[in-house]
Design a protein around this ligand. Structure first.
Ligand code: SF4
Length: 305
């Protein structure tokens, strides 16, 4: 059982209605997709079972981060496979205990994961550049908002512009281990990266030129060039979202928003009033709260190391 990370959304518990204290790009995306899902995940913190896909994503991110910490000539496929195996050895008992029923299932998952990493080398050559930042932890105040998140990677590339002149281009990249959405839906997938570009502009005074989504499963790469006007629009959208979340806290109205994405929602078959009757929801919610209390009690009883 995984308790959702407490620091993605922090609510101040002072006198009066609770207020949002910080927001991450992924939780902002949750609210945009469905306010009720946001409430279940970030306010109630309903535990969700970790999946093999999450395990692959976490492990691959760690391996890729470490790959770029090596000298360029060491960034080979074999080294990346080793880094993946090392990262999984670290994570399997701490983050994902009991994820697989047996060794064969785990081995199959491992081989599929290595195939994705092999495909990574067909999308880019990691020996051809050095990132300016890896897993950059950002916590930035914008107006009354505080936005927090971790950016996968950032680099400055040299390329030839349309007029034939050389120029530097600042690129930020987000790795995805799932399959890419069809191209007509890709624009929505850039939502979090646009927020990161905005954070870098506020924090460091730089304007990112290009956003890049790198889907290892495929593999597929989507790119989107951005400018200050688009980041201004993102700031306005984020401000509106921040305000809408605070209104939801004040009124305790968290509306459901059905979409094709419901099929991937952790709560569809257990806690969503769009799909489940009220009595079942009440029972499932009470059970989840009991599991949270038990997990917290276990943590409290653990001796300090
Ligand atoms: S199933 Fe759909 S409507 Fe229900 S909580 Fe999840 S995203 Fe929202």
């Amino acid at each position: 059982m995984t308790l959702n990370p407490p620091n993605h959304t922090v609510v101040e518990s002072s006198v009066g209605p609770p207020r949002l204290a910080s927001l991450s790009p992924s939780r902002a995306s949750d609210f945009k997709q469905c306010p009720y899902m946001y409430k279940l995940r970030s306010v109630d913190r309903i535990p969700t079972e970790p999946t093999v896909y999450q395990a692959r994503g976490t492990t691959a991110h760690l391996a890729l981060e470490r790959l770029f910490q090596l000298a360029r000539d060491e960034r080979t496929p074999e080294r990346l496979y080793d880094l993946f195996r090392e990262a999984w050895t670290e994570l399997r008992t701490t983050e994902y205990p009991g994820l697989f029923d047996d060794v064969d299932e785990e081995r199959k998952w491992g081989l599929e994961s290595l195939k994705l990493l092999a495909d990574y080398f067909t999308v880019e050559d990691p020996t051809s550049f050095d990132p300016d930042g890896l897993e950059q932890d950002l916590s930035v105040a914008i107006g009354e908002m505080t936005i927090r998140g971790i950016l996968d990677r950032r680099e400055t590339l040299r390329e030839t512009g349309p007029d034939g002149s050389e120029r530097e281009v600042i690129v930020i990249t987000d790795y995805k281990t799932g399959k890419a959405p069809p191209e007509r839906y890709a624009t929505k997938a850039f939502f979090a990266l646009k927020i990161y570009a905005l954070l870098l502009r506020v924090e460091e005074g730089i304007t990112v030129d290009r956003l890049r989504l790198l889907y290892l499963n495929g593999p597929t790469e989507y790119q989107l060039d951005v400018n200050d006007a688009q980041l201004d629009a993102m700031e306005a959208q984020l401000t509106a979202l921040w305000s809408a979340i605070n209104t939801a806290f004040e009124t305790q109205q968290w509306r459901t928003k059905r979409s094709v994405l419901c099929d991937w929602c952790d709560f569809k078959d257990t806690l969503c009033p769009e799909f489940v009757d009220a009595d079942t929801i009440a029972k499932n919610h009470a059970d989840a709260m009991e599991r949270i209390r038990s997990a917290q009690d276990e943590q409290t009883e653990m001796p300090a190391s």
